[in-house]
Design a protein around this ligand. Structure first.
Ligand code: ACO
Length: 327
């Protein structure tokens, strides 16, 4: 089949939402055998937001989406695609995207979830970009939302200090390339290696235990894979687009750990002034971390229209990859 002329997908609005409740490392040290100093030295994390008991992933997603719609000047009824990236869905089914759509009072869009854990936002971006470029949708809400606080084993200090809750969203619109100019999603690539599924996982699930399970991780293994794979992915992305690291205005990676982020930046010879870091305030919010970091950097005026952004992420699977976006 011959596809109609391809369009370009362009980010026209960014939004985010963080639950009110903030837990500092000092708060955590009262309930877990840890210290502020240990957490900061190993991860760069100072605090995280935790959802209230009745605050679900779909609630966070809907609030982030409303914020993105407002910033895009777009009405919810103009949206015909809603993709939620999450590993902490409200229910096994229906999708968190369907529940978010209901909260947003939209009844015409196609809504579904994708499961790429901490690389989930990039996966949702890739899927939405394909819909929009092929003109199978006109305007998408691409959302990463998580309540990882519910997947934490409060007895396991190797994991429970690392994560937080939140949601970030973008409005992504299909445009005639002439109108888009040089703006838009220029490339996304992702890869999975399931043989590493046992180094980062939850020890439950509907089929295995009937419960969601808790996060289990071989921290040092994940660390090594993250640094190597994210560096390789970035090098490949730059080569594919015939650009160098100096062409990148901003590096906005998944926010797992400041040591991983700085290590990748160092290997890429990317100055730290070009790196957006929010892990200190948000901790690791999995699929929400990239759009939340983008939201923070657009809100404070660092990222401006026309800037070239390199995104990267890695998550349980392992699944990892990068995206090149002219904002
Ligand atoms: N507080 C205090 N001490 C702790 C804590 C804690 N929260 N956690 C572990 N320790 C102790 C351990 O018990 C161990 O003590 P021991 O030597 O007496 O046995 C010591 O600290 C060192 O433990 P390690 O696990 O070797 O610590 P490491 O230096 O590897 O740091 C960390 C752990 C931060 C998890 C690191 O491995 C890492 O950053 N891994 C990357 C994983 C990651 O970021 N995952 C997020 C999800 S995946 C993603 O988003 C990419």
């Amino acid at each position: 089949m011959i596809h109609p002329a391809q369009w370009r997908s362009v980010i026209t609005g960014v939004g985010g939402y963080l639950p009110q409740c903030i837990l500092t490392n000092y708060d955590l040290a009262k309930i877990v055998d840890t210290s502020h100093e240990w957490i900061v030295e190993r991860t760069g994390i100072h605090q995280r937001h935790f959802a209230e008991e009745n605050e679900l992933t779909s609630h966070l997603c809907a609030k982030a989406a409303q914020c993105a719609l407002k910033n895009a000047g777009k009405d919810i009824n103009e949206i015909d695609l809603i993709i939620v990236a999450t590993a902490s869905p409200d229910l096994t089914f229906p999708s968190t995207a369907a529940l978010t759509q209901k909260l947003l009072k939209n009844s015409t869009a196609l809504a579904f979830d994708v499961a790429g854990v901490c690389a989930g936002f990039l996966l949702a971006l890739q899927v939405a970009d394909n819909f929009l470029r092929l003109r199978q949708a006109k305007a998408a809400l691409v959302i990463g939302g998580e309540t990882f606080s519910r997947l934490l084993d409060m007895e396991d200090r190797r994991t429970n200090v690392l994560f937080g809750d939140g949601a970030g969203a973008i409005v992504l619109e299909g445009m005639d390339p002439e109108k888009a100019g040089d703006r838009g999603v220029l490339g996304v690539h992702l890869q999975t290696e399931g043989q590493f599924s046992d180094i980062l996982y939850t020890d439950g699930g509907p089929s295995l235990t009937g419960k969601a399970g808790k996060i289990r991780m071989s921290g040092q293994e994940v660390y090594k894979h993250a640094v190597v794979k994210l560096t390789e992915s970035a090098v490949k992305m730059l080569a594919e687009h015939n650009i160098t690291i100096d062409d990148i205005d901003w590096f906005i990676p998944h926010q797992a750990n400041v040591r991983i982020i700085e290590s990748v930046a160092q290997r890429l010879k990317l100055p730290l002034e070009k790196v957006i870091v929010t892990v200190d305030k948000h901790a690791n919010t999995s699929a929400a971390s990239i759009p939340l970091a983008l939201w923070a950097a657009t809100q404070d005026g660092r990222v401006k229209p026309g800037d070239l952004i390199l995104h990267e992420g890695i998550g349980g699977g392992l699944i990892w990859g990068s995206a090149l976006v002219r904002y």
